[in-house]
Design a protein around this ligand. Structure first.
Ligand code: PMP
Length: 403
């Protein structure tokens, strides 16, 4: 079958290469420490499972509205109002088959060929894939470890052109865990006000994974005047540990969502009915367990960060949010393995960890900043401890030039 020309640039992204390799090895029974997944080990909350069981007993699993069941949209509106202080009308919220689909759909309805999308990097690979697949031009805005992987207002101002259509703001960030403060967001908003052609995708998927007493802030909390220019994107995947239920949602001006609806209809028809029932219960049920999960995650983060910093060649700063540590491996580049193989970049380092230590993590090359490795701490605490132990042993097995 002939492929369209626009698929010629599509390559298996490193992010997925490592995830697939992990699955393959796990199926073969290899004792992996899985630190590559954007996924928590917490099970779906029991009240959600109970609600789904009740729903299944009735046996009516059917098509729903294209943009989501009204009851779910009401739950989403209540969530935005209560948790984020953002108020939306019924036609200003929208449900899709995961946040991934919401993002893809938003790019599909908005990008003309050559339209630019600014993505501060390191960034989650899938933003780039959605932009390119829909004819847009990715404009990476490089940030560095010493600036906490956060863009400055000056950098943003310099990067915006007449063709800029979107800025992607992902705080807390996958892969760095960077969290923008209210003060920082206010400064970015001042830049955005000078460039009315730029809209913002605010991907808030990790809003509940923030540490050290920090509070999550959405851009619209400090700049409500930008309301018509911000697409607020969220989902149940990370907050509730419900990645497999495939429900994401967003809020935006009604006319934009109307267009997204008619792109969604031929793509997925409508989101899964079962997934939506689960999401209603997740959003309306108890949320008190979230603070306990947050405390557990902060402990895992500290074990990982302290562990890595205790191994020569690695450097990690505590992530403010999400459940990733973006660790520098500058000290390992140029080192040689026992078999005489030289580690040239972070892809080599990640491959070495996999083959030598059966620890799987994603090289920074996948997120556009090297030499780093992204470690997830979504796995159970004892697996993180075991991962650190194995990374230390594998690193000790390298021959390094003495600086
Ligand atoms: N946005 C970000 C920043 C993510 O990290 C992910 C998942 N890794 C998604 C969106 C996609 O989430 P979903 O499972 O809801 O499609």
């Amino acid at each position: 079958m002939r492929l369209a020309g626009r698929t010629s640039d599509l390559d298996s992204p490193l992010l997925f290469t490592f995830a697939q390799e992990a699955r393959r090895l796990a199926e073969r029974g290899v004792d992996l420490v899985s630190m590559e997944q954007g996924q928590l080990n917490f099970p779906t909350p029991p009240n959600v499972l109970a609600a789904v069981r009740r729903f299944l007993d009735d046996g009516q699993v059917l098509y729903t509205n294209v943009d989501g069941i009204t009851e779910l949209k009401d739950a989403i509106r209540a969530k935005f109002a209560e948790e984020n202080g953002l108020h939306y009308a019924a036609d200003e919220v929208f449900v899709g088959s995961g946040t991934s689909q919401i993002l893809f759909n938003a790019f599909a309805v908005s990008l003309e060929p050559g339209d630019e999308v600014i993505v501060p990097t390191p960034a989650w690979t899938v933003f780039e894939l959605g932009i390119v697949a829909n004819g847009g031009t990715l404009v990476p805005l490089p940030t560095e470890q010493r600036q906490g992987f956060k863009m400055t207002p000056e950098q943003l101002d310099r990067t915006i052109t007449g063709r800029t259509r979107w800025l992607v703001l992902n705080s807390p960030s996958n892969p760095t865990g960077a969290v923008y403060s209210a003060v920082e967001l206010r400064a970015l908003a001042a830049v955005l006000r000078r460039h009315p052609q730029v809209s913002v995708i605010s991907d808030d998927l990790y809003e509940h994974q923030v540490y050290d007493g920090v509070r999550f802030v959405n851009l619209l909390n400090v700049a409500p005047d930008l309301r018509d220019r911000v697409l607020v994107v969220n989902g149940v995947a990370k907050t509730y540990g419900m990645t497999g239920w495939r429900i994401g949602y967003c809020a935006a001006p009604a006319a934009f969502l109307e267009a997204m609806k008619w792109y969604q209809a031929p793509a997925t028809a409508r989101p899964s009915h079962v997934g939506q029932i689960a999401a209603i219960e997740a959003l309306t049920g108890p949320r008190d367990f979230l603070s306990d999960r947050r405390a557990q995650l902060q402990r895992r983060r500290d074990i990982l960060v302290d562990g890595l910093n205790g191994i020569a060649g690695w450097s990690a700063a505590p992530s403010g949010g999400a459940f990733y540590v973006y660790a520098g491996c500058h000290g390992l580049i140029g080192a040689t393995t026992r078999t005489g193989h030289q580690l040239r970049d972070d892809v080599d380092v990640a491959r070495y960890l996999l083959s030598e230590a059966q620890v799987i993590a994603v090289p920074g090359t996948a997120f556009r900043l090297s030499p780093f490795v992204r470690f997830s701490f979504g796995a159970a605490e004892e697996r993180i401890v075991e991962g650190v132990r194995r990374i230390a042993a594998a690193t000790a097995g390298l021959h390094r030039k003495v600086a």
